[in-house]
Write a protein that binds this ligand. Structure first.
Ligand code: 6GU
Length: 278
């Protein structure tokens, strides 16, 4: 899987050289390139953001810089004349106008174009289902926003060009930028690649996996008694049927208690007869 990441802090992704992800790169399972968005600026200040149209606090990432970058990485011919407005000082304005080029009409895209993914706290939640689907892609391109976000026309434009564009939030809280969110999504996606995990079984029975996802049952290891607390007897019984039933009941109970929303979303056909009695 090829992964391109665009960020104003590409060094954030240096950590991908460590641990399982680093090994996966060594094995050739994933190939990661982190690009600096500022490499696609032309002004002396390398500015990537501007004040929000309509007013309000913070800064918004400019569509012009992003489009030069994304056209390049997607292998697209820019389709429009890029006109820039709003640079504060005259030098910036002149530099930006100098960079605005008359482009040829859009050409056709390469068949293996990447899926374009923007982290966005105001987007739908990224789930295990999304991770599973994206783990089957050949090429992902992540665009990390900073500040108050990115100009809404960026995803709109690339969607209109036929690119598969996704926007995801990783949870109901606010981060300073998309870098951490992309790291989270990348880890969830790439650990599903065949050969990534040492033991492939460890991704089969996990929480949130598959239809009718439940929280996982609790885990214990030896000794059977530790500081006066015993492992549940049934787990020591050697009766696999009973162990499976115990774990399944616990998963159902804990999910009902901690994440009733997952129970509500459960596909009833994912329940077995014994589940219905519990
Ligand atoms: Cl994807 N981005 C930012 N900036 N904050 C977030 C998020 C994403 N998901 C949750 N909070």
């Amino acid at each position: 899987m090829k992964i391109d990441i665009v960020s104003v802090f590409p060094e954030y992704f240096d950590v991908l050289n460590l641990s399982l992800f680093g090994k996966a790169q060594d094995k050739g399972l994933v190939e990661v390139h982190a690009h600096n968005l500022r490499d696609w600026t032309h002004d002396v200040h390398h500015s990537v953001d501007d004040t929000p149209v309509g007013g309000g606090a913070g800064m918004v990432m400019k569509p012009v810089v992003w489009s030069e970058c994304l056209d390049d990485l997607l292998g697209l011919e820019p389709a429009v004349v890029e006109r820039t407005m709003g640079a504060d000082d005259q030098a910036d304005r002149e530099a930006e106008y100098a960079s605005a080029t008359e482009y040829a009409p859009a050409t056709t895209y390469s068949p293996n174009r990447p899926i374009l993914i923007f982290p966005n706290p105001s987007a739908p939640l990224f789930t295990q289902r999304d991770a599973t689907e994206l783990s089957r892609a050949d090429h992902l391109l992540f665009g990390c926003g900073r500040y108050e976000g990115y100009d809404a026309r960026i995803p709109e434009y690339y969607r209109a060009q036929g690119i598969d564009v996704r926007e995801y939030s990783i949870g109901d809280y606010v981060l300073n930028g998309g870098e951490v969110a992309v790291s989270v999504m990348l880890e969830a996606i790439t650990r599903l690649l065949p050969g990534f995990m040492g033991n492939p079984d460890s991704i089969v029975e996990e929480s949130y996996t598959g239809e009718g996802a439940l929280l996982e049952h609790r885990q214990y290891t030896k000794p059977a008694e530790w500081r006066g607390i015993r492992v549940p007897d049934v787990l020591l019984s050697g009766d696999h049927g009973k162990v499976d039933r115990f774990r399944r009941d616990e998963a159902l109970e804990r999910t009902a208690q901690i994440r009733p929303d997952l129970i509500a979303a459960l596909d009833c056909t994912a329940l077995n007869k014994q589940d219905r009695k519990t």
